[in-house]
Design a protein. Structure first.
Length: 158
């Protein structure tokens, strides 16, 4: 199998975007703004164009990042549903072990159960568990080492 590298495609204090084969990775380091959301939207759209029906999306929200305002939340839901079956799966990691993070994951999971999403969509507390779930939607071995590569990139970014 060909070795895949994690490629950083956008680096900003609030948002880091990367690609890893058929996976588009968004790392939110601060409260999402509409301007930065547009970067995420464009990166995912480019991935879908390259990997229609196989594209995976991994969104990681750091514990220090405040939740987005309603316009960004609405745009996020539209972004995912707008790609329909061109997305093979979406994993959202809400980092943190406290009550706020656990409550956020529970509420978001409940909301996604009420809104029909064409692609499988799940919330997680860690990147490694999310990558394991996404790997079930990719060819065998295609996502091997993704969580470790993300951790390495984060360490370099500080």
């Amino acid at each position: 199998m060909m070795r895949v590298e994690l490629t950083l495609t956008h680096v900003h204090a609030g948002l880091v975007m990367a690609s890893y084969g058929q996976v588009c990775v968004a790392l939110w380091r601060s409260k999402p703004t509409l301007e930065l959301f547009e970067v995420q939207r464009a990166e995912l759209a480019a991935g879908v164009a390259r990997h229609a029906g196989r594209q995976l999306f991994l969104c990681i929200v750091e514990a220090k990042a405040d939740p987005p305002d309603q316009p960004v939340r609405s745009a996020s839901a539209q972004m995912i549903s707008g790609h329909g079956r061109n997305l093979a799966g979406c994993a959202c990691v809400i980092e943190g072990s406290g009550f706020r993070s656990a409550l956020t994951r529970t509420v978001l999971t409940g909301i996604t159960l009420l809104v029909r999403q064409p692609a499988p969509y799940r919330f997680f507390e860690s990147t490694s568990v999310a990558c394991g779930w996404l790997a079930t939607r990719a060819p065998p071995g295609a996502l091997a080492g993704l969580a470790e590569r993300i951790a390495g990139a984060r360490a370099q970014l500080g």
